[in-house]
Write a protein that binds this ligand. Structure first.
Ligand code: NAD
Ligand code: UDP
Length: 310
């Protein structure tokens, strides 16, 4: 198949491009390099089945493809809050442009949604039928609400135009090829620990997240994209149900690096969700998917990557 990956030069997108090429597909990687980099996909450039397009998803594009993975959107709070209006445009106009393309060429299309659609969740663990607890006017809203509207558009293009859609709700994912200055917690802690700096825990560090290694996530993506079922168009959580406080994560990073770590506490950002853990029964039932890489193992692989870079 010929497959378009928007945001293909980013952290998750570059892993996805690599996997799709290894399965024998032609891959078109589309990116505006806001948070992505050519370095992530440089090793794929010699493959004649790999094509790179510098383009912004807020603008329409005409291509002939069989499948579209729509990943284009900054994912780290630091990056998506840098230009919040642009973040909304990327999610909303990006979804409209890609859904229009999918409709025109009858391609199957996949949306990288997020656990952020649950906001600061009052249901724990989060199941897909939970509508969420999102502040519509806060600093995180440009991302959370942009992703929620993208889900709405995917469902409406499916119901109204018969577009063959898939929606994944991704929980915190980590691994090699994250940016050193990404601002997300795993890369921050690893880079800080490797440099012998204090690990910056925001707030008391009792808030929880569930961390999925990128290879597990990409496996879930490909299974969902190619699965068939009556309710396959409804969102599917993909994440690792192992739940850690930020204090525990800091200790795990210390163990992975084999060093004593030092900690400093910084103020908790506005609207920081207190807890996050996926219920993955739907992914297990529809896709036979569950994560295989525990945090300790995934952190070791990620530490190796950052140790080479810094
Ligand atoms: P990332 O920032 O590394 O990748 C995003 C990519 O999209 C980058 O290459 C960036 O340059 C590109 N991009 C941004 N705006 C664009 C635009 N207007 N036009 C074209 N390209 C644009 O982030 P990631 O972690 O790889 O996330 C990929 C997707 O998965 C995002 O949609 C994100 O919201 C979603 N997601 C990620 C996580 C996670 O934990 N990593 C969690 C939930 C959802
Ligand atoms: N966090 C932290 N120190 C950091 C970066 C983040 O304690 O250096 C916390 C942050 O407040 C949040 C959690 O780690 O509670 C996850 O943050 P991240 O930005 O990685 O993802 P998100 O909040 O979007 O889930």
């Amino acid at each position: 198949m010929r497959i378009l990956v928007t945001g293909g030069a980013g952290f998750i997108g570059s892993h996805l491009c690599e996997r799709l090429l290894s399965q024998g597909h032609e891959v078109i990687c589309l990116d505006n390099y806001f948070t992505g980099r050519k370095e992530n996909i440089f090793h794929l450039m010699d493959d004649h089945r790999f094509e790179l397009i510098r383009h912004d998803v807020t603008e329409p594009i005409f291509l002939e493809v069989d499948q579209i993975y729509n990943l284009a959107c900054p994912a780290s709070p630091v990056h998506y809050q840098f230009n919040p209006v642009k973040t909304v445009k990327t999610s909303v106009m990006g979804a409209i442009n890609m859904l229009g393309l999918a409709k025109r060429v009858r391609a199957r299309i996949f949306q990288a949604s997020t656990s952020e659609v649950y906001g600061d969740p009052l249901i724990h663990p989060q199941t897909e039928d939970y509508w969420g607890n999102v502040n519509p006017i806060g600093l995180r809203s440009c991302y959370d609400e942009g992703k929620r509207i993208a889900e709405t558009l995917f469902m409406d293009y499916h119901r109204q135009n018969g577009v063959d859609t898939r929606i994944v709700r991704i929980f915190n994912t980590y691994g090699p090829k994250m940016l050193e200055n990404d601002g997300r917690v795993v890369s921050n802690f690893i880079v800080q620990a490797l440099k012998g700096e204090e690990l910056t825990i925001y707030g008391e560090g009792n808030q929880t997240r569930s961390f999925c290694y990128v290879d597990d996530l990409v496996e879930g993506f490909i299974r969902l994209m190619n699965a068939e079922a009556e309710d396959i168009h409804l969102p599917v959580n993909i994440g690792n149900p192992g739940e850690f406080t930020m204090n525990e994560l800091a200790q795990e990073v210390g163990k992975a690096i084999g060093k004593d770590i030092k900690i400093t506490h910084l103020p908790l950002p506005q609207d920081d969700p207190k807890q996050r853990k996926p219920n993955i029964e739907r992914a297990q039932r529809l896709l036979g998917w569950q994560p295989t890489i525990p945090l300790a193992e995934g952190l070791k692989k990620t530490v190796e990557y950052f140790a080479k870079r810094i």
